[in-house]
Design a protein around this ligand. Structure first.
Ligand code: SME
Length: 158
């Protein structure tokens, strides 16, 4: 049976993302500096979307994932190699959605209040992953296909 409430929620979330994207395009046109662009994306997403508890970037730097611009509580500076959700997104070269972080083997808990997570890889011109966008929520199962679709679009702007 179709769940009309879920359909409505997804539609209104999609409308919100569409507004965020429309706001980001002219803002990001102001500079080619990737740090400034990542900082702007993190700030806007974190403040416009209530299910976002921590929003930020980890950047591949000499084989390590090191924290970049973020909004939220204090983050781990460097993530243990090939462990956790961010490394899974780098290694699989695709978005990883984790409905329950406690069930993800090797999940790295920077803040124990995080319950679900989505991580989107960022690709350079040679299709190499150079960073990830990581979003945590305090609610279990907070991220849907709508989040995946729009966050993949937004990361392409950086
Ligand atoms: N949970 C992530 C680590 C980063 S924090 O969520 C900010 C992971 O397992 O890779």
């Amino acid at each position: 049976m179709l769940d009309f409430r879920a359909m409505d929620e997804n539609e209104s979330l999609a409308r919100r993302y569409a507004r965020i994207l429309a706001q980001l395009e002219p803002l990001l046109g102001g500079t080619g500096n990737k740090t400034a662009r990542m900082a702007t994306v993190a700030a806007l997403l974190q403040h416009k979307l209530p299910h976002f508890f921590w929003t930020g970037f980890y950047i591949l730097d000499r084989g390590e994932l090191t924290v970049g611009p973020y909004q939220g509580t204090l983050a781990c500076l460097v993530l243990a190699k090939n462990q956790g959700v961010c490394w899974a997104a780098v290694n699989r070269r695709e978005t990883v959605v984790v409905p329950d972080v406690h069930k993800f083997p090797g999940h790295i808990a920077c803040d124990s209040r995080s319950r679900s997570e989505i991580v989107v890889p960022l690709f350079d011109g040679r299709r190499e992953v150079w960073a990830v966008l990581d979003v945590d929520s305090r609610s279990p199962d907070a991220f849907t296909e709508v989040d995946r679709e729009w966050l993949e679009k937004i990361t392409q702007l950086i």
